[in-house]
Design a protein. Structure first.
Length: 340
């Protein structure tokens, strides 16, 4: 009888613990998260374009922008996208609804690497200030908001520069052209298979491209820039191209300040160092008084010690500079040094 009572008592004590263990396992396996209302579906509206830019080039208004990659909810847009680009007179004051009432659509243009480029004929807008805007339409027909608006005054096509030429000069390449007008000019350069890129502006011809390197082939062309207001300028169509591979045929400057000083061990020569970037060194010429000059040394620094001298003779010295292309300057004016 005592044994039966103990067994029953142990079972009675274990039952609550087992119940709690089973309940814990059930909670862990099913989770205890809150179940709320279902989320609303995504709107999937494309984000608006924010980098629309436009400029007049010749008889065209060139507009470009980057297509959005995300929706307004930062979700990737599913292709394809359609583009609605329009141009119209700029209302004063500007109201989007007034502009939209007068704006006309422009046929879609190709997109390259996510960037769209549009070319709009400018004669119909000449003499007016226009605004260009764009919006995109998703595959689900959802429409973005209008982009930033690009505004510009439209003028007669600026004149194209003519007779472009280029020559090598010590500083690089000098580009020249003829033009009948313009506020300034922009010079473009292409190296090898690269695209043309602006290398600098000039108020008039010529322009020196100091970044050009001897021995490299270049193509140049020039564009006229006409200032249309404080914030805008129109560009001409580019000129014809001119090709050149500049060659270094330009000697360094003649060294300055040559001095010859006799010492007990010889004659010490010194002069001012040249500053050319491609300087390679100096050549030393010597003559015994009344005789011809002969080269006696080639040095990299502006100093030289002549130990091959004899007492009782008077020597004359002259030096030249030379560059890495082998171009040599004229000689300095000779200096005399009697060696007693």
């Amino acid at each position: 009888m005592p044994i039966s009572f103990l067994t029953w008592g142990r079972q009675s004590c274990l039952q609550p613990a087992l119940s709690r263990l089973v309940l814990s396992i059930l909670l862990l396996s099913t989770g205890c998260g809150y179940v709320g209302e279902p989320l609303p579906p995504l709107a999937n509206v494309p984000s608006r374009v924010v980098d629309l830019a436009a400029v007049q080039r010749g008889a065209r208004i060139v507009a470009s922008f980057t297509l959005p990659a995300l929706t307004t909810e930062n979700v990737a847009i599913r292709a394809p996208l359609r583009v609605d680009l329009r141009i119209g007179p700029l209302p004063d004051p500007f109201r989007e609804s007034d502009w939209l009432a007068m704006a006309v659509p422009v046929p879609e243009a190709p997109v390259e690497k996510g960037t769209a480029h549009y070319a709009i004929a400018s004669p119909a807008w000449q003499g007016k200030t226009v605004a260009v805007g764009v919006r995109v339409i998703g595959a689900n027909e959802k429409v973005s908001g209008w982009s930033n608006f690009a505004t510009l005054p439209v003028v007669a096509p600026p004149p194209v520069p003519m007779n472009v030429s280029a020559v090598a000069v010590p500083e690089g390449v000098r580009v020249s052209w003829q033009a009948s007008g313009g506020s300034s000019f922009r010079v473009f350069r292409r190296t090898g298979e690269e695209d043309f890129a602006p290398t600098g502006d000039a108020p008039q011809s010529p322009y020196t491209d100091t970044s050009a390197e001897f021995g490299k082939p270049y193509n140049y062309r020039v564009v006229t820039i006409v200032k249309t207001d404080a914030d805008h300028a129109a560009e001409s169509e580019p000129s014809s191209e001119f090709s050149i591979t500049p060659t270094d045929t330009f000697a360094p400057a003649v060294p300055k300040g040559l001095q010859a000083t006799p010492t007990p061990t010889g004659i010490e020569l010194s002069w001012e160092g040249n500053t050319e970037a491609d300087l390679a060194g100096y050549r030393i010429y010597r003559a015994v008084m009344g005789g011809p000059f002969q080269q006696i040394a080639e040095v990299a620094l502006p100093t030289h010690s002549d130990r091959m001298v004899e007492h009782g003779k008077t020597y004359q010295y002259a030096i030249t500079s030379f560059d890495r292309s082998g171009n040599e300057s004229a000689r300095t004016t000779p200096v005399e040094a009697p060696y007693e």
